[in-house]
Write a protein that binds this ligand. Structure first.
Ligand code: SF4
Length: 62
């Protein structure tokens, strides 16, 4: 799975960073970003939950 955050859409609610800190963290602008776009299989559920729960659909998975 590949994941990215569309930073223009991120409202910094913190959901993804709280729920899946192995993948999401804050950048210098206090927007979420991904540490690595390539997600290991064991983290895919966590990333998908974050994408589904993001209030602005800022998280894209492929
Ligand atoms: S869940 Fe969405 S809006 Fe909230 S911090 Fe993550 S990317 Fe930003």
């Amino acid at each position: 799975m590949d994941v990215k955050v569309i930073q223009d859409l991120c409202i910094s609610c913190g959901l993804c960073v709280s729920n899946c800190p192995e993948v999401f963290s804050w950048d210098d602008d206090e927007k979420a970003h991904v540490s690595s776009e390539q997600v290991n299989a064991e983290l895919e559920d966590c990333v998908q939950d974050a994408a589904d729960g993001c209030p602005t659909d800022a998280i894209e998975t492929t």
